[in-house]
Design a protein around this ligand. Sequence first.
Ligand SMILES: [Ca+2]
Ligand SMILES: [Ca+2]
Ligand SMILES: [Ca+2]
Length: 842
Amino acid sequence: MRKPISLVLSVLALAACSGPAAGDLQLNDLEYFERQGVNVLVYSNTFSGGFNDEKDSGLEIIHHGVRTAQGGAVRLSTTPEQWDLVPATTSREVDREAGTITVGLRFPDYDFDSRIVTTAVGKAVRIDVYLDKPLPAALEGEAGFNLEFLPSQYWNKAYLMDGKACRFPRYSASLTTTRPNAEKVKQFKGYKTYDDRGTDRFVEPLPLSTGHEILMAPDDPLRMVRVRCEDAELQLYDGRLLAQNGWYVLRSLLPAGQTGKVLSWTVEPNAVDGWVREPNVGFSQVGYIPAQPKVAVIELDKLDKPRSTASVFRIREDGSHERVFSGPVKVWGDFFKYRYARFDFSAVQEPGVYYLTYGDVQTNDFIIGDDVYDRITDATSDVWIPIHMNHMTVNEAYRIWHGEPFKEGYLQAPAHTDHFDMHGQGAIDTKYKGLQLIPGLNVGGFFDAGDFDIETGANIGVVTNLVSDWERFKPMRDETFVSQQQRYVDLHRPDGVPDVLQYIEHGTLNLVAQAENIGHMASTLSNSVLDNYHHLGDAASITDGLHYDPRLKPYQKSADGKSSGTPDDMWAFTTRSPYLDLQAATMFAAASRALKGYNDDLSRRALAQSKRLMKEGTELMNSGAGGRGRGRGFGNMSTNLQLYVSTGEQHYLDDFVEQVWPALDRNVNSAIGAALDAVPYMDGSYKERLRPYVAQYKNYLDTLEQQNPYGVPIGLGNWAGSGSVVSYGTTAASASKYFPDVIGPEYALRAASFLFGCHPYHNYSLVAAVGATRPKEVFYGNNRADFSFIPGNVAPGLLFRHPDHFENYDDWPFLWGQNEGTIAGNTSFLIFGTALQDLLGR
Ligand SMILES: [Ca+2]
Ligand SMILES: [Ca+2]
Ligand SMILES: [Ca+2]
């Protein structure tokens, strides 16, 4: 996925309420149905997240604290995939008196409207589907009401369909059929999620079970749900047959030729009597240095009575446990769904192995020691980053992570083409024709994230981050063998060259190739067909490595074995953005400095492109061509600083100084990072003039502790906010380094604690970091189909679902907004980790 710009909203805790009562489902003030242990949300989250079916919309059930069902909607297929059509929400009305929530849904592609009326009836919610006009003929036998259940919460559990006992399958291995493509309901913008291998037929799952009443998970009271439908058949499907991120789908077809109320379900989630959510004791899974503040944040059900004390136990050398500290638990207050309390155990300073207890809750152990942060970036730098090197074979010990991808290179994207990952090609603005090979682009660069495209903006961020890391901290770590000549990377094999330099070189190689061969920066180098975009597995097998020749038939190879008729070649989307060109100019200037003396040729080429793009980009910006889909940010202040540092030319510095103070006056929080970056290159008077802004920034940092119990910026966007926490931590570390008398190290350490486990929902480290006792088990990496992780990944973390729920699944990797690490984000973490180590004098 391409990370959308997410807003960090400042929010105050919602007004306190006493929590849900036992008994019947009630429509509450936040406009969802609630009883103790059960929340039924009705379009608090609509299908408008940006990537179609994100599996977090529609009618949803949060069952004893876990969002186990979603996607309740009229849908057009048995097991909808991400790029199947989703309904627009045309209206949402809450009638408190009648106790109903009514939602209007519309599929514009079929001019098809429906209405869902939900009503609490005792402990159940009744769902009635209304049609004012009969189903469009094309949707007869296709449109149904669907509700999707989370596989990882139901697999291996039992269900009864009309009394017959069955088991939810751990593995997707049930019957399917095929139908002619002509019968396939349209997918998003006419894309196809599947490769029919020339059969002209698509696959459709067949139901696991059918009946009129299903009792799900009678063997687990926390997950038990009863669903009844009198007027149509209930069908249970396994969505994983078509897509690994599919859910179990319960559905009923809508009848043809009818209007009015056409379907009724009752859904009754079980509630365990007197259920109160277990406290979540948040703390740093990588531990603490002896002198630092140590505050655990305890997340509590509003029905839970906060305890007055918590304790710290030490695990002694003979294996016995000793209580070494007890202290007060102070209630912080309410923040969205839960109540929060804090336990300060800063007094515990002796190095050793410890755990916390709060009532019956005992945490896993953690370490207090001088060196606990020393290795937090090692997995990111030694494993995650090199695995994401494109156009190379990457090996680790006995394992090939991926072969060499995209040997056939990249074609010019045809004019006026939309793209499924939020890009697009306007008129062609290069010397190439649509679908003509642009030479030289299949070199260097990093996979964006859990997908395999080169996002130019993200790759610019990567090189910028790595150069910053190199120049500030000179990391000489050498654990990676990189041979551009062999196109081969071997992990854990030193080759005499610092790895960061090799990663800078790798990123720069692709970006310089773009500037030289295209003339400006491409927005992305990405898949041309959707069936390749959702690839899971070895990147080298996404395309066939052969040049596409339209004269051959699909799947046919030429006699010389060099081309094929399969249209799978990647495309370069080249529409010019002067803003992106200016960002590239900044990065090239920085890369040129870092590469000098290591790869002089590339260093010279980068500097040449920097000067050219700076000039052309500035002219285009001044002419009002602001570029496609991008804001102007704060002009080219950072570019000017980078160019000054690279060239020593005074006019760049003058331009920087002219821009930095107004930018700080406009918004100190957004400009302070760039202003601090300049400190090493400026004289003492600059630093003194900056001081009051740093004091102003400190005031902002202190307000965060009133905004939420964790004291870091918590984002509410559709992509969770670890990136903002990393950025906050890095800026706080810089401020603390240059102005230690104004800003102490505690702010940067707070960011570390949050990332490493002191956060809502659970207390696992959001970073797959060396040293964390309990990192998250699953991430949305390119190996997510194996419910696994790539070491060093940083999850976006706590995804906010409206109106009051933070979530991070640890048994289901497939929600990108919570579990996908990105190359730009993870190299930002590398800087944060290094800056923290530097700040702590390590
Ligand atoms: Ca992407
Ligand atoms: Ca190396
Ligand atoms: Ca090909």
